[in-house]
Design a protein around this ligand. Structure first.
Ligand code: R5P
Length: 262
């Protein structure tokens, strides 16, 4: 592996623990002003000291995040459909590699929808992105999106994750499901989990804990952090689960301790 690719991967996955807390705030690319991100900078800037990586769109990066910010960026480069479209997540390439380089990103993220009618479109566009990204030593994060009517189980997540890895992804982002060890064991590249819809804080911390114990190397979490009663306290609790193997109870105690500021 080339030095640039290795260096960027080490920016995303922290070398001291081999894990990562990616803060996902890219929701606007298909959901518009998502609850909690209406004024994206006001929400995100106080969270950055605790995030290992920030995942967002090029517009959000340019409009809301100051270039002085010292956080590795994972740029979402897929999109094309909105939450109003019944073919949600029928995505193609929405940002060039040239622009990703201009923005000095550590990685790019692209959603594939395995099992959907249009899976081929998303997979072929994804491999185009991989080829371009590899030319410049940029890691690719495959987001294994799941359609509304599709079953979220270990069998499906293993299929989508293994496909993403074999197609050339550097990291796979998927959803935590029961039997997650199978997903991790059959995927040759590191796996992070998305948070999904907002849950009560103890449940989200337990999900993160279970994923890490099953072998995930981290989280790419959005709503369960920025829609929390106290986002700054929540990201610290998630970070303790990911990097320090805090149990869900210990992490929830930390959340309560950090609530309302130091
Ligand atoms: C969806 O594809 C977006 O990439 C989100 O970034 C991702 O789902 C993670 O955010 P959340 O934890 O809110 O699900």
């Amino acid at each position: 592996m080339d030095w640039g690719m290795k260096n960027r991967l080490n920016k995303i996955i922290k070398p001291d623990t081999g894990r990562t807390v990616m803060l996902a705030v890219d929701h606007g690319y298909f959901m518009g002003p998502t609850t909690g991100l209406e004024q994206l900078d006001k929400m995100v800037l106080p969270l950055l000291p605790y995030a290992d990586t920030l995942m967002l769109t090029r517009g959000a990066l340019r409009y809301y995040i100051p270039p002085e910010t010292d956080v590795p960026i994972v740029l979402r480069v897929s999109g094309g459909t909105s939450i109003l479209n019944e073919n949600l997540l029928h995505e193609g390439i929405v940002a060039s590699m040239e622009d990703a380089i201009r923005l000095n990103v550590a990685g790019v993220a692209f959603s594939i929808l395995v099992g959907a009618e249009f899976e081929r479109d998303t997979i072929l566009a994804f491999t185009e992105i991989i080829d371009e990204a590899m030319t410049f030593g940029i890691p690719t994060i495959a987001v294994t999106a799941v359609g509304k009517d599709m079953v979220r189980d270990a069998r499906y997540m293993s299929l989508a994750s293994r496909m993403a890895a074999e197609l050339g992804a550097s990291i796979v982002k998927t959803y935590y499901v029961e039997g997650f060890e199978k997903v991790v064991d059959t995927c040759p590249v590191p796996i992070v989990i998305a948070g999904g819809k907002k849950q009560p804080e103890p449940d989200a911390l337990e999900m993160a804990f279970n994923a890490i114990q099953a072998g995930a190397i981290g989280v790419d979490m959005g709503r369960n952090i920025f829609q929390s009663e106290d986002p700054v306290a929540m990201i610290q609790a998630v970070k303790a689960v990911v990097h320090q193997d805090f149990s869900p109870d210990e992490a929830y105690d930390l959340f309560k301790e950090k609530m309302g500021g130091e």
